[in-house]
Ligand binder design. Structure first.
Ligand SMILES: [Zn+2]
Ligand SMILES: [Zn+2]
Length: 336
């Protein structure tokens, strides 16, 4: 079968590999669409170490080509949950299957979806509802991670929510907060068109970071600051901003992935404001069906977040497009 093979940092080539054979309890999925994640960029550049050769890709949509006795029917359209877990360790027994130390991310720790076929455990596929297109469905895996995060730090009806960073995940957080009945939703980013998009997707106000950001947020929250700040940019500087913008007794949901090793934070405010800081890493199986339902009901829109659609063979070009971080790049979807 055709696959995009990463042979070393920055060395990505199309090639032919054996079609995977289905193990016991596994289904074979014929891939139709996949999304490219920041994690793929990191794997591609060598920032995230993997064993080579590796087939990347963990935002995966396809059709069932071979199935198990009780599995979905042949031809069913499915989304693949890329997280595997052992089911027997301390964490799995405690219900923390998403952070199982024996688990793996398909597309990083084992071969993933940038190929024609993929064999996965039947428990890792979810049938897509009619009315959800395969192209937009590639984004549901991203939505599950945001949904999981907001389960850990729930939005209460009427609360004020600030979302810092309005890339794909920030736009999803805005929509999820809206669906949970948030009061005032404020989006923060430098990009004018991302602010505009967030306003069409549920943000009441959007602001550019600047000297008067704190005053503006206070003015919109009766002088208190936000009940919940969702940090979706992943920088120490934006985490510091989140601490500033939270109200006394407020909550911060860290969704961005921090890779910096040092930086300045207003530590005293953590104590003085008695802030609750919540971190989120990966989705659980339980997050998939509610996420599919949110898309089906229209509460969360995915199509507006797709800026590019390209054939799988153009993966290298797609990665370059994302790496260039041009102002109008959002989600890139690959057509298989
Ligand atoms: Zn990802
Ligand atoms: Zn486990």
């Amino acid at each position: 079968m055709r696959a995009m093979i990463l042979k070393g940092p920055g060395v990505l080539e199309p090639g032919e590999v054996d079609k995977p054979t289905r193990g016991a309890g596994e289904v074979l999925v014929r891939m139709t669409h996949s999304g490219i994640c920041g994690t793929d960029l990191e794997i591609h550049s060598g920032g995230i170490p993997v064993d080579y050769p590796r087939i990347m890709g963990h935002e995966m949509i396809g059709e069932i080509a071979e199935t198990t006795k009780d599995g979905p029917a042949i031809g069913s359209r499915v989304i693949v949950d890329p997280v595997t877990y052992c089911g027997t360790c301390f964490h799995c027994q405690a219900g923390q299957i998403n952070i199982c130390p024996n688990g793996a991310l398909i597309g990083r720790d084992q071969d993933g979806g940038f190929a024609d076929f993929l064999a996965v455990p039947e428990a890792n596929v979810y049938v897509l509802a009619d009315g959800i297109g395969n192209k937009e469905a590639s984004l549901i895996q991203v939505l599950t991670t945001c949904y999981h995060a907001q389960q850990l730090g729930p939005v209460k009806p009427g609360e004020s929510v600030v979302v810092i960073g309005l890339g794909v995940t920030g736009q999803l957080h805005v929509q999820l907060a809206k669906a949970s009945g948030a009061g005032t939703i404020i989006g923060v980013t430098r990009s004018a068109w991302k602010r505009e998009l967030a306003e069409t997707l549920g943000a009441d106000t959007t602001l550019a970071p600047g000297d008067d950001l704190l005053e503006q947020v206070q003015a919109l929250t009766e002088g208190r600051g936000a009940d919940l700040v969702i940090e979706s940019a992943g920088r120490v500087a934006t985490l510091a901003q989140a601490i500033d913008l939270s109200r006394i007794g407020g909550r911060i949901l860290n969704f961005g992935t921090y890779t910096e090793k040092e930086g300045a934070l207003p530590f005293y405010q953590l104590y003085y404001k008695e802030l609750l800081i919540i971190n989120a890493r990966a989705a659980k199986s339980d997050d998939f069906q509610p996420s599919i339902d949110l898309v089906k009901s229209g509460a969360v829109q995915l199509l507006p977040l797709i800026s590019h659609e390209m054939p799988l063979d153009d993966l290298s070009e797609a990665l370059e497009t994302l790496e260039s971080r041009t102002i109008d790049t959002m989600k890139v979807i690959l057509r298989h």
